[in-house]
Design a protein around this ligand. Sequence first.
Ligand code: AMP
Length: 286
Amino acid sequence: MASSVTVLRTVREVREWRGDAGDVGLVPTMGALHGGHRRLVERAAADGVAIASIFVNPTQFAPNEDYRAYPRSEEADLALLADAGCAAAFIPGVEEMYRPGEDMRVVPGDIASRLEGAARPGHFAGVCTVVAKLFGMVRPARTYFSHKDFQQLRVVQTMVRDLALWIRVVPFEIVREPDGLAMSSRNAYLTPDERRRAVALSRGLFAARDEWARGTRDAATLRATVRGIASDAGTPEYVSIADPVTLRELEGRAERAVVSLACRVGRARLIDNVLLGMSLDELARL
Ligand code: AMP
């Protein structure tokens, strides 16, 4: 029988719950929780006291994106969090997170300028601002981010380093459906036919991983492999072979790489990646 989760809706409630003592791990989410979130929270709970935030952050969505349509399922989310051993859920309203008269935003740098940052102008400014606020509100010792959103993980790591925030960023794996599709709240948008096609995205990435294991290091070859297979799901917005530290696109021989893509499948814009030649432990030490 799972214990219950303490639901906190205001900054004042978070501060009271948090107190001065303790050593908490924060898992920021936008809700519509799935098995990937569950594993992330289980990891945080295994390390200490876990708190998850659920906030669909309007400032990281462009006007043409799915802010309004984004799935919301608070009751089911709370049940999942309880089951995963999460101690508290911070679920602020938009007015609690963004107070009238606020004047400050985080300005992300070069690492946020390409890939998702190029495809979604303003996205990482919104992400960094809300994550910085969450860090200030919760004051966690650790925070957990999956490399499902690889660039987001790197942007947050860079913000923590450059703003000297005293928080350990713990990178986590990507949890997948049995057929390989990366779990995502946006998979809920897929029709059964689109769901079947979407598996081509992970198949393309796994094919590149297999080529890498056989010794291929040429970025263009890896890029072509992914594009050739992933195109069965739709036309990718980008297929990238980038350096996992800088996220700059690689040409020629790669010593390590993050192979990533974004692709619209029906109403859903899906992203996925594989990390080659670098472990999550190495990523954690950056
Ligand atoms: P989101 O709710 O999409 O903002 O994601 C919240 C956190 O869950 C982020 O650190 C994501 O990278 C992570 N996450 C999303 N999908 C997965 C997945 N399939 N496996 C593991 N973690 C995930």
